[in-house]
Design a protein around this ligand. Structure first.
Ligand SMILES: Nc1ncnc2c1ncn2[C@@H]1O[C@H](COP(=O)(O)OP(=O)(O)OP(=O)(O)O)[C@@H](O)[C@H]1O
Length: 686
């Protein structure tokens, strides 16, 4: 198939004010040739000519003079790597009033960006990562006492804020890629605003600087939110990215994978072999298919293409493969939106954008999350295009027409508007807010949704009414807010403690808050092998029971030092890295339960108490089998029908009643991680 494309101009061109166009410097800087450090090539002139560096003094002045400011600049202009260094070199890691040494923290929506940026900045400063510059995310802390500049995921800073809302360890917080509007970064901004207001009230002097950065942020909205904070725009981009669109609207939605692979094969004929490709697809299923198809087609045609997957649940080691230089081979990386912001992958000169992204949406009426595939926003499309043209001029092929692009939303829908609000509200109450009315939202969810979340929190006994006015976290709510898991999932702990099976519940929660452990999910094994593995561990009681048997299998292998854990687990169709994560999460939950002095009891082989606990914790997730439709109906809303997910132990079993842990909607609605229950148990559950 010949892909018809039309030239659509260049990426960017949206900002004005401090002009720093350096295009005249670029031709002589092609290629990095100065110095090699940590495997990354650096060029001092190149850095000095980044648009941010050309207006360095103005940037610093704005940051110094304003407690809160918003900085916007094109992709690749040097925001994420240079602004934190400018601040560090100016001593802004010290408390502005007392001069005490603190830290600057820069938040990123994703782990891969946090670690890549820290490594890049450490290299630029000629220091080892983890000394002056480090990074932090769940289960990974590459910082030390010396660290003054930390790149971290926004979830990590949010966890810090829950413990210390005044963030006293930091002199400065930089929220990068604010346009993404993830739940953690929005919640953080709301906490920072409250913090600011509180400081004003108690007459505190300047102690924490806040900088909000993005290429595409809705600057005015953020400015208004922070009391008309100063906006500073940096003009200029390093290299051009030429945009191409389909000449006609894309009507082949179901054919996204083959369309992307066709595009890769076609461009392979046109582009020099040293130009690597980055292809954006919505999820790991499409990515694994695309990697396989590319390998197959490349072999058939004798092409020199090597394809890599990139998505969040891949191990960090496999993610890092994308950075390896491939001599005489063209690297083609198929990625989710994990590669959309902040990262620079050396060698990428061409981006192919399917225009789709997969995201979670909460169905408020029925109280479950569904996964949907939607069009990206224009802001996301711009970020994707921005991954080319970082070391040299680049190209971006959009697999949609200009007309389709113009119909896309300008900005992504903020996660707070499509999420269950229970955890956000719990966070607010935890930091001392008493009323939903006084919570400031960047985009306020509807009153109905806020009220529904409050009802759910009350129902689950996570909040209590205060004698005067408003609410506070209940004892149970305080406990739940300590856990790194969804509050609703957490309810299982309390029911299990009562039913004397907390040990089992902890293991299950560790599995439910980690990625699936069967290897085909990471593309390592054929589906057939993973299916075999699933059958091997299958349990009549359902998928949560299967998790327990996988866990004890893993533990016994781990104990046996004579065997090769990796080889054995692989043979059994299990992913060692993911099981390792489950192990760590389990340890974390276990420690929290011990600290809280919960009764650590096990139900042993008899899983009845555990199944009852599941029924009591998630009664809304009860589904009853309907032979007429050969499927299930949600007990709380009979119109809602679903199937058991094909990867479940109970797929194909006509069980009378089941409770699911999550629901997934693709072309069909699937109950996932299901447990066999008895409908009579529900009569006693309020
Ligand atoms: N890990 C890296 N390897 C090679 N070059 C890099 C790396 N990180 C950054 N660069 C170079 O530094 C430039 C500036 O990167 P930086 O991430 O600071 O820009 P940015 O304005 O934050 O971009 P974005 O908005 O896309 O995140 C990039 O265009 C790239 O040329």
């Amino acid at each position: 198939m010949r892909l018809e494309v039309m030239n659509g101009g260049k990426a960017g061109n949206s900002v004005t004010t401090a002009s720093a166009s350096n295009s005249s410097n670029i031709s002589k800087l092609n290629g990095f040739n100065n110095k090699q450090f940590d495997g990354i090539k650096l060029d001092k002139d190149f850095i000095a000519n980044l648009p941010v560096r050309l207006v360095e003094d103005e940037v610093l002045k704005v940051i110094k003079e304003n407690e809160v400011c918003i900085i916007i600049g094109e992709t690749g202009s040097g925001k994420s790597t240079q602004i934190p260094q400018i601040c560090l070199d100016a001593g802004l890691h010290k408390c502005p009033t007392t001069g005490v040494e603190k830290k600057i923290i820069v938040t990123q929506p994703r782990r891969i960006a946090a670690s890549a940026l820290a490594k890049r900045v450490a290299s630029e400063r000629n220091v080892k990562t983890g000394t002056e510059v480090g990074f932090k995310f769940r289960f990974e802390n590459v910082t030390s006492n010396e660290t003054k500049l930390i790149y971290a995921t926004d979830g990590i800073l949010l966890a810090d804020a829950m413990k210390d809302p005044f963030l006293t360890d930091y002199s400065m917080v930089i929220i990068d890629e604010a346009h993404e509007r993830g739940l953690s970064s929005d919640t953080l901004l709301m906490i920072l605003k409250i913090l600011n207001r509180k400081k004003e009230k108690i007459g505190n002097e300047l102690s924490l600087r806040i900088v909000i950065m993005s290429a595409t942020v809705e600057a005015e909205k953020f400015s208004k939110f922070f009391n008309n904070a100063k906006i500073f725009a940096i003009e200029g981009r390093t290299y051009e990215t030429k945009l191409f669109y389909l000449s006609r609207p894309n009507l082949q939605e179901g054919n996204m994978v083959s369309m992307c692979v066709d595009c890769v094969l076609q461009l392979d004929k046109e582009e020099p072999v040293e130009h690597d490709f980055l292809v954006f697809l919505p999820g790991f299923e499409e990515i694994n298919s695309a990697v396989k198809l590319t390998a197959q087609r490349s072999k058939e045609k004798g092409l020199t293409l090597i394809a890599f997957p990139l998505y969040a649940s891949l191990s960090l080691a496999r993610q890092a493969q994308i950075y390896q230089k491939q001599s005489k081979l063209r690297k083609v990386i198929y990625a989710t939106n994990i590669a959309e912001t902040s990262i620079t992958i050396p060698g990428i000169r061409v981006v192919i954008d399917s225009g789709k992204v997969r995201q979670k949406e909460f169905v408020h009426d029925l109280k479950y999350d569904k996964l949907v595939t939607v069009n990206v926003s224009q802001a996301q499309a711009m970020q994707r295009a921005g991954r080319a043209g970082r070391e040299n001029a680049g190209k971006c092929y959009r697999l949609y027409s200009l007309e389709e692009y113009n119909k896309m939303l300008k900005m992504p829908v903020p996660e707070v508007l499509r999420s269950n609000l229970t955890s956000v509200i719990l966070t607010f109450l935890k930091i001392g807010m008493k009323q939903t009315k006084s919570m400031s939202w960047l985009d306020s969810p509807s009153k109905d949704k806020i009220m529904a979340a409050m009802r759910q929190l009350k129902e689950y006994d996570l909040i209590t009414k205060l004698p005067d006015k408003g609410y506070a976290c209940s004892e149970r709510g305080n406990i739940v807010s300590e856990f790194p898991i969804d509050p609703v999932l957490c309810l299982l702990l309390f029911k299990a403690e009562k039913n004397r099976c907390l040990v089992e519940a902890i293991t299950i929660l560790a599995f439910l808050s980690s990625d699936p452990v069967f290897t085909n999910d990471s593309g390592d094994l054929e589906d057939k092998k993973a299916d075999e593995a699933r059958r091997k561990f299958s349990c009549n009681e359902g998928d949560l029971a299967r998790m327990l048997s996988i866990y004890s299998f893993y533990k016994s292998f781990k104990k046996n030092k004579n065997t090769s854990l990796k080889g054995d687990l692989h043979r059994y169709g299990l992913n060692e890295v993911r099981l390792g994560t489950v192990f760590k999460v389990r340890k974390q939950i276990n420690t929290l339960c011990l600290n809280l002095q919960l009764k650590m009891e096990s139900c042993g082989q008899d899983l009845l108490p555990l199944r009852k606990s599941v029924a009591e914790a998630w009664p809304y997730n009860l589904c009853l089998f309907d032979p007429e439709i050969n499927g299930y109906r949600l007990a709380s809303d009979k119109k809602t029908i679903c199937k058991v997910h094909p990867t479940s132990c109970l797929a194909g079993v006509r069980a009378h009643a089941i409770v699911f842990s999550s629901m997934m909607e693709t072309t069909e609605r699937y109950a996932k991680d299901v447990t066999l229950v008895d409908p009579s148990w529900f009569k006693h559950i309020s």
